[in-house]
Design a protein around this ligand. Structure first.
Ligand SMILES: [Zn+2]
Length: 411
């Protein structure tokens, strides 16, 4: 089987690392000035390049012909690290080797000098998974490391790493990779692999990977395996189930227009058409999220096609932020609480949202009617009492949830 994209197109030198400029710069400087720390901790989201960077650092400090801190990737030491045959690079996955024995084994051997390189490099991935006794053993090793040993700890969850460990390390924080950086890397891979693409398609893939370059590369590969060497928007939509956006948008319009009847007819129609309801729910939530961003004049980082959003922007001025927030909360609750979403869950949410909006509208028109002959002061007074009285008519979160949960128990 051919090598997967994310391994094949992994960065090999610091300047090829995408989206982590400050980390690369710091490491390059420390290599050129020969001020290497004995222990580093790389913290950051999955797929942000921590392990790749650790391997580049291992090459850079052991390279026989490095230039300006960059490894030449052709000397004996670089090649053996690339080919994973180096005896001086030890990689441990703490997710599966998390016990004290694993760390003891490592510390027992640590005094052996490197085989061929200047440094023996230990990369401990997902270090937060170690058990407490294992952390204690590691701490002892970090307190008195031999000169030839360099530790690079990597974690996606820095809060689970004891402070005593962190304080022994030079900490470097990796960022979620930006949309633009992911697109640039995908363009690079497409050109190398002979994949026909437009930036629109890459944009869609990048948005689905939520800042993980590795996920984006894997998604690209899965698409090529599934549909061949030419990327097409329609196929990508089908693959990600994002082809239900139009349906979700129509449904949302009925809901926000407070058209309960049409909303229920629409959801019934969608259900009959065999669309995956949980995916539909995901799209509904994403669209509402985009509404909130647009309401606040934010056009960047939208998981939606920008052209489409330009058309939607004038429409959402008719809807209050309050109603949008109530609606997104209703739908998000269902999404988070249920592995399998039933059509009834969605229908109940629609009813809750429409009745919430009715109460809001009635409240407004009531106060407008009654305020006609009142002075400003009196009307303010009236409003506050009125809303107190009305507030118990609101379908509060508690009430609606209670209704939902009783109902689903029955089912
Ligand atoms: Zn080299």
């Amino acid at each position: 089987m051919s090598e997967v994209y994310y391994r094949k197109w992994r960065p090999k030198i610091f300047s090829e690392i995408i989206g982590q400029d400050s980390v690369s710069k710091i490491l390059l400087n420390s290599v050129t000035s020969n001020r290497i720390a004995h222990a580093y901790i790389f913290s950051g989201p999955r797929g942000s390049g921590k392990t790749s960077t650790a391997r580049i650092l291992a090459k850079a400090i052991n390279c026989l012909n490095s230039t300006n801190g960059e490894p030449d990737i052709s000397c004996e030491n670089c090649l053996s690290i690339e080919n994973k045959t180096s005896l001086d690079l030890i990689e441990i996955d703490a997710a599966s080797n998390r016990g004290i024995d694993d760390i003891r084994e490592l510390s027992d051997k640590i005094n052996f000098v490197p085989n061929k390189s200047n440094y023996k490099v230990y990369i401990i991935d997902e270090v937060h998974m170690l058990t407490d006794p294992a952390f204690n053993a590691l701490l002892k090793t970090l307190e008195e490391p031999p000169n030839h040993a360099i530790f690079i700890l990597a974690t996606t969850d820095i809060d689970k790493v004891p402070l005593t460990i962190i304080s022994r390390c030079h900490r470097l924080d990796f960022k979620r990779v930006s949309l633009q950086s992911i697109i640039i890397k995908l363009q690079f891979i497409c050109k190398k692999e002979g994949i026909i693409f437009n930036n629109k398609e890459l944009d869609l893939i990048a948005r689905q990977s939520y800042g993980s370059l590795r996920d984006a590369e894997n998604l690209l590969e899965q698409l090529v395996v599934a549909y061949g060497n030419e990327l097409k928007i329609s196929e990508i939509n089908e693959f990600f189930h994002t082809d239900n956006y139009d349906m979700a948008y129509d449904l949302i319009k009925h809901i926000l227009d407070n058209n309960l009847r049409d909303a229920l007819i629409k959801i019934d129609f969608i259900n009959q058409s065999g669309i995956d309801i949980k995916n539909l729910l995901k799209s509904i939530i994403e669209i509402f999220r985009v509404f909130i961003l647009l309401k606040n004049d934010i056009m960047s980082d939208l998981s939606f096609n920008i052209d489409k959003m330009k058309n939607i922007k004038p429409l959402i001025q008719n809807y209050s932020l309050d109603n949008i927030i109530f609606a997104i909360t209703e739908f998000n609750d269902i999404y988070l609480k249920n592995k399998v979403v039933s059509i009834l869950d969605i229908e109940l949410a629609i009813i809750n949202i429409c009745s919430y909006k009715n109460v809001q509208t009635n409240k407004l028109s009531d106060s407008l009617n009654k305020n006609e002959y009142l002075t400003k002061d009196e009307s303010n007074k009236y409003n506050s009492t009125n809303s107190e009285v009305n507030s118990d008519k609101l379908p509060t979160k508690d009430k609606s949830n209670k209704y939902n949960s009783t109902n689903s128990e029955v089912n």
